[in-house]
Design a protein around this ligand. Structure first.
Ligand code: SF4
Length: 332
């Protein structure tokens, strides 16, 4: 059953030089209880698309969509006041850097208790009890005394646990995590991902994880959406993306994941070139200038999404039935 369904979302930023087409008509969904990963380089539109759903865009942004359905409610027409009520209560958000998301002037307890009092209408004592339970749930030791401390008294990993606690405090149906482990070292990153996986199973919350690193979501997500140049270039189950990827950009992302095989040194391969200028997006496939398999048609016409299974779609001219024989060899 679908919790979130987005159809043809477009986000444009008006700047002095013109219009930046940051998100260019994306459609995807999130089922109840599943976790999806949205992956892509900086500037691919992954974070902007999530901020667009939540109406957390600056004044120079314009949002258009055929539909954004969340738990049966159409969000396209929903005003910012109603969205604000939904945020925290039905949708929780975790950002990359907990130090900038937590207010340094308030204790951790105050920052957890406030949303509980506003959204759940709990008394002070009830909210305090719930705050201690939540800190315990995210495995923060001595939660009673930790409630009285300020963000600077916590380590980076502990601060991110607090952010997860705040995001989950009102039992949201959807949790959006934007690069939640990027600012953390590898060991702490693994601990936070383990914690999120455990909490997802315990709380039956749906998760959208935004990341530039496919490796981060391999063990965490049911499905993966790959974004490039403001569009979705491929989406499928985690198995389909890792074992049957069909888009050259996905191949590039997979090659850039560090692999450790005993006794063997494997070189990391980055994707040469830079992302497209979305002030003047290319007429054809946005990946043309970096794609080793680009054909003439790629420059002229954008490829349409082609269904490879009920769950797997890719937008690449190599998938076209009339693709040249050499192209067929590339994808087989
Ligand atoms: Fe490469 Fe063309 Fe496919 Fe784009 S459409 S990824 S340029 S082959």
């Amino acid at each position: 059953m679908k919790l979130l369904q987005v159809q043809n979302l477009k986000t444009t930023f008006h700047i002095d030089a013109g219009e930046v087409q940051a998100v260019r008509g994306i459609s995807f969904h999130v089922n109840k209880g599943e976790s999806i990963g949205i992956v892509g380089e900086s500037g691919s539109g992954k974070s902007v698309s999530m901020l667009s759903l939540l109406k957390l865009l600056p004044g120079n942004a314009k949002l258009e969509a055929d539909s954004i359905q969340f738990d049966g409610i159409e969000l396209v027409q929903t005003d910012q006041k109603a969205m604000r009520k939904m945020l925290g209560k039905d949708i929780g958000m975790i950002f990359q850097d907990p130090m900038t998301s937590l207010n340094p002037l308030f204790t951790i307890g105050e920052q957890i208790i406030e949303p509980l009092r506003i959204h759940q209408k709990l008394s002070k004592a009830e909210a305090q009890k719930r705050a201690i339970e939540i800190l315990r749930m995210v495995e923060i030791p001595s939660p009673e005394s930790r409630l009285k401390q300020y963000p600077h008294e916590f380590s980076g990993g502990m601060r991110q646990r607090v952010m997860i606690a705040i995001a989950l405090s009102c039992s949201p149906k959807l949790l959006i995590a934007d690069e939640p482990t990027t600012a953390l070292d590898v060991t702490i990153q693994a601990q936070i991902l383990d914690l999120m996986r455990d909490l997802k199973n315990k709380l039956d919350v749906s998760i959208v994880m935004i990341t530039h690193d496919l490796g981060v979501i391999a063990n965490m997500c049911n499905r993966i959406v790959v974004m490039y140049g403001g569009t979705i270039v491929e989406q499928g189950t985690t198995r389909e993306i890792f074992y049957e990827p069909k888009h050259p950009y996905t191949w590039g992302l997979l090659r850039s994941i560090p692999q450790f095989t005993e006794g063997e040194k494997k070189k990391l391969i980055s994707i040469p070139g830079s992302p497209p200028d979305l002030l003047r997006p290319p007429a054809g496939c946005a990946f043309t200038s970096r794609c080793p398999y680009a054909m003439k048609i790629c420059e002229k016409l954008p490829p349409q999404q082609i269904s490879l299974s009920d769950t797997h779609q890719a937008a690449c001219w190599l998938m076209h039935p009339k693709a040249q024989p050499h192209a067929k060899e590339v994808i087989s």
